[in-house]
Design a protein around this ligand. Structure first.
Ligand code: FAD
Ligand code: NAP
Length: 312
């Protein structure tokens, strides 16, 4: 049966921003409800070692997110497994429609829906998604033991994915469109020292080629951007790691956004263009995009929501 739940603060998203908001809003005795979405724990559940979370020299991403969830739950945040498919922000209270059939009404709303992997948009990439083309090395690397793998991108994600994939692959080729990486220097050092990795500078992926029956990747066509010619390489796996875009579809028509969908927040706060709606983490941040900055913004959003509710 469809039902409606009311809460003073509804938090959408279960990454570092959502759980931190849940912890702070619970400690303010606001009895928040947090809706997890289809990726409980968020992006860090798709990685292995996290080495820059203060207090842990090294922690597995999924473990860290389980601890955050447990912390939020123990302190009083109600955590619900549901996915918000629509939001109405023109009413008071705000209304969120869950995929489960439950609707949620809320006096204040914290958006912490984070970001999702970008794709190149090639027809062949789409065709072989799940059949050799992936955007998550920790999820799919295991399937390519002893095989040749291509990783596309030059940021932290691409370098970490390439390094992780060396555990399985016979060779990993990192394909980057420029002749320098954007990734942190410490990661670059590790990459350059790894004998299983080779880097193809100034190349782009033109096409994924493969078999039809069964569907599967056999190789790639890469364009050399300096010479203009196309080279072919054998590979069984192709990992696309070219960044992330904000998951702001729910609010793209109702809130001010910038730079391709990042929700605009007012100076030194998490307030958005609608009073009572707050945004935290990667959905609003196109600059830092880290677990710790997302967690910090989650804290800010809960404090901003508390002040908003107190002033109502
Ligand atoms: P996310 O972690 O993106 O979580 C978003 C949440 O929103 C998810 O739980 C999702 O289910 C939920 N959601 C989305 N839409 C809906 C909806 N409609 N209804 C309900 N819920 C919804 N950062 C570091 O600091 N250190 C690292 O080592 C590091 N490694 C990384 C490795 C990889 C492979 C990747 C991809 C990122 C890494 N990052 C790292 C970046 C870090 O993961 C992000 O900055 C951080 O997770 C952002 O947190 P967030 O809470 O804003 O959102
Ligand atoms: P990113 O930093 O935006 O890097 C994206 C990379 O993909 C860039 O090298 C970019 O090339 C390339 N690229 C983008 N579009 C492309 C296209 N159409 N074709 C070919 N190449 C393309 O994204 P990210 O690596 O996913 O990182 C996202 C955020 O998460 C960052 O803030 C990062 O610091 C954080 N993160 C942190 C860690 C960590 O702390 N260990 C790990 C992973 C991610 P150009 O360089 O030419 O622009």
């Amino acid at each position: 049966m469809n039902k409606t739940r009311h809460t003073s603060v509804l938090i959408i998203g279960s990454g570092p921003a959502g759980y931190s908001a849940g912890i702070y809003a619970s400690r303010a005795l606001l009895n928040p409800i947090l809706v997890q979405g289809i990726e409980p724990g968020g992006q860090l559940t798709t990685t292995t070692e996290v080495e820059n979370w203060p207090g842990d020299t090294e922690v597995q991403g999924p473990d860290l997110m389980e601890r955050m969830e447990s912390h939020a739950r123990v302190i009083g945040c109600e955590i619900i497994s549901d996915y918000i498919k629509k939001l109405t922000l023109t009413t008071s209270p705000f209304k969120a429609y869950g995929d489960s059939g439950t609707s949620y009404t809320a006096d204040a709303l914290i958006l912490a829906t984070g970001a999702r992997a970008k794709w190149l948009g090639l027809p062949s990439e789409e065709k072989y998604k799940g059949f050799g083309v992936s955007a998550c090395a920790t999820c799919d690397g295991f399937f390519f033991r002893g095989e040749e793998i291509i990783v596309v991108g030059g940021g932290n994600t691409a370098v970490e994915e390439a390094l992780f994939l060396t555990k399985f692959a016979s060779q990993v080729t990192l394909v980057h469109r420029r002749n320098e990486l954007r990734a942190e220097k410490i990661l670059q050092d590790r990459l350059f020292r790894n004998e299983k990795v080779r880097i193809l500078w100034s190349h782009t992926l033109e096409e994924v080629v493969g078999s039809e029956n069964p569907l599967g990747v056999e190789g790639v066509k890469l364009r050399n951007l300096k010479r203009g010619d196309v080279v072919e390489l054998d590979a069984k796996g192709v990992f696309i790691a070219i960044g992330h875009k904000p998951a702001s579809e729910l609010v793209i028509d109702s809130l001010d956004t910038h730079s391709g969908g990042y929700v605009v927040t007012k100076f030194n706060s998490t307030r958005t263009s609608i009073p009572g709606v707050f945004a935290a983490g990667d959905i609003t941040d196109h600059v830092y995009r880290q677990a710790i900055t997302s967690a910090g913004m989650g804290c800010m959003a809960a404090l901003d929501a508390e002040r908003f509710l107190a002033g109502k």
